[in-house]
Design a protein around this ligand. Structure first.
Ligand code: ZN
Length: 102
């Protein structure tokens, strides 16, 4: 498949709601995508790289599923050293307070 076709397929997968993002954390993204065959593939980002279990992604060429996922989530960026666990919790508490008062 040419790059252009992969792009088009990725756009179609997104438009058809075939991609489901399950989890996004600082160091991991997990998602599933229903391919044209009707099979559900697991894909995501972990250990610093993207991956998909489907056969067209063998040899790390990148597949439409992976491309679709890249369009909706950005590769996690390592938090700057200034963001400690303590500060993160404080930010969360703040966000919760805002939500409760809404
Ligand atoms: Zn794939």
């Amino acid at each position: 498949m040419t790059r252009d076709l992969v792009e088009r397929k990725a756009a179609r997968l997104l438009a058809d709601g075939k991609l489901t993002v399950l989890e996004v954390t600082g160091d991991r993204i997990r998602a599933t995508c229903v391919g044209d065959s009707g099979k559900t593939w697991h894909l995501g980002w972990w250990k610093g790289r993207w991956g998909c279990q489907c056969p067209s992604n063998a040899f790390r060429r990148g597949c439409a599923h992976e491309l679709a996922l890249k369009r909706v989530v950005n590769e996690p960026v390592r938090e700057p050293a200034g963001l400690t666990a303590e500060r993160f919790r404080a930010e969360q508490d703040h966000a919760n307070r805002v939500r409760e008062s809404a």
